[in-house]
Design a protein around this ligand. Structure first.
Ligand SMILES: NC(=O)C1=CN([C@@H]2O[C@H](COP(=O)(O)OP(=O)(O)OC[C@H]3O[C@@H](n4cnc5c(N)ncnc54)[C@H](OP(=O)(O)O)[C@@H]3O)[C@@H](O)[C@H]2O)C=CC1
Ligand SMILES: Nc1nc(=O)c2c([nH]1)NC[C@@H]1CN(c3ccc(C(=O)N[C@@H](CCC(=O)O)C(=O)O)cc3)C=[N+]21
Length: 299
């Protein structure tokens, strides 16, 4: 039987609808408008596209969007002065600094400068620690989005074998923490893992976040498994010169024949990342004002 193709685009539209309802309720009940600030340093074209998407999506759910584009040679002190202003600004409830940043800046130091209560990427040591100890955190958007898709697809995840390929702070580690919290038996694989195909073949839930196009083949997938493809590689479009297309970490054609359910690229995890960024901004805003958080948008 062919796999279910998980429609992340449609699911994300539902999440954005819930966020919009929460924003409307905050406005009507309390006169509060959640605000998201996105900081982009330098002129990476891919990052500019994402930042434009985020800006549009933020406005569509009724939030304020503050875009800050800084020159590629911006000194760290200037970036930090901006972050300090955003930390202190009561109209800003979420702050995201788009990565990668130019080489003279440090992602670690940049994240550390952001107030953890406004860290809607969930990257700060505080939020990572809260997640790891099972306390209320702001959770990195992409893992949060993947968990929403998995719960929708599978219901309870308890007792399932989960394999996450990739161990980054932005995705792999928080994804593994969330799956552990859901009572999965979690394996984290990475570039030094031996026998990766065998490790993957154990997985009831296989999550790939590597950044290597079509690395995961159908014969690595356990029959009936749920496959979540996080990877995004941009390649030249085969037919249209000057255009690009996106490729996931999973070889879709071979995996779809074996899996029980699978996310496509594009239209799978990517749209959930942006929807969860908005959800996190609403959550941060509610917490900042001591108001109850909307159901279903946090873990
Ligand atoms: N759809 C979305 O919304 C998002 C998509 N992404 C995409 O997800 C992918 C991963 O992102 P991110 O986590 O930030 O990337 P990183 O580059 O930070 O991490 C990649 C991970 O993959 C591991 N890896 C590399 N090569 C192999 C290999 N041959 N076999 C097994 N593991 C390997 C690395 O291992 P090691 O630690 O040993 O080096 C590392 O842990 C990228 O394609 C990115 O574009 C990211 C965020 C959001
Ligand atoms: N601080 C920080 N936080 C991030 O979360 C972060 C980041 N930096 N840097 C880059 C990566 C990548 N990322 C994506 C977001 C949305 C899509 C997305 O919307 N993808 C659509 C397609 C978009 C298109 O067509 O270009 C899809 O997969 O269907 C993809 C990737 C967030 N990232």
């Amino acid at each position: 039987m062919a796999a279910t193709i998980i429609d992340g685009k449609a699911f994300a539209a539902g999440v954005r609808g819930q966020v919009a309802a929460g924003v409307a309720a905050l406005k009507a009940g309390h006169g509060i408008v959640p605000g998201l600030a996105v900081v982009l340093v330098g002129e990476d074209p891919a990052s500019e596209v994402y930042v434009a998407h985020k800006h549009q999506a933020t406005l569509e759910v009724g939030m304020r969007s503050f875009e800050h584009k800084l020159a590629a040679d911006t000194p760290e002190a200037d970036l930090f002065a901006l972050i300090d202003r955003l930390n202190a600004d009561p109209e800003v409830h979420g702050i995201l600094c788009q990565f990668p940043v130019p080489d003279h800046l440090s992602e670690r130091r940049t994240v550390a400068r952001i107030d953890p209560a406004k860290d809607v990427d969930g990257l700060s040591v505080t939020n990572a620690g809260l997640l790891a100890t099972g306390e209320r955190a702001l959770v990195s958007c992409t893992p949060l989005g993947c968990l929403m898709l998995l719960r929708d697809q599978l219901g309870s995840l308890s007792g399932k074998e989960a394999v996450v390929i990739g161990r980054s702070n932005l995705f792999g580690k928080p994804m593994a923490q969330l799956l552990l919290q859901e009572n999965c038996t979690v394996t984290i694989a990475h570039s030094r893992t031996t026998n990766l195909p065998e490790v993957c073949a154990r997985a009831d839930i296989l999550v790939a976040a590597v950044g290597r196009a079509e690395m995961v083949r159908g014969d690595w997938v356990k029959p009936g498994a749920t496959v979540i493809d996080v990877g995004i590689t941009r390649v030249p479009h085969p037919q249209t010169p000057g255009k690009t297309r996106l490729i996931g970490d999973v070889h879709f054609e071979s995996a779809v024949a074996v899996a029980g359910a699978i996310t496509p690229v594009p239209g799978g995890v990517g749209p959930m990342t942006i929807a969860c960024l908005l959800a996190n901004t609403l959550t941060a805003c509610c917490r900042a004002h001591g108001l109850p958080e909307p159901e279903g948008l946090t873990v």
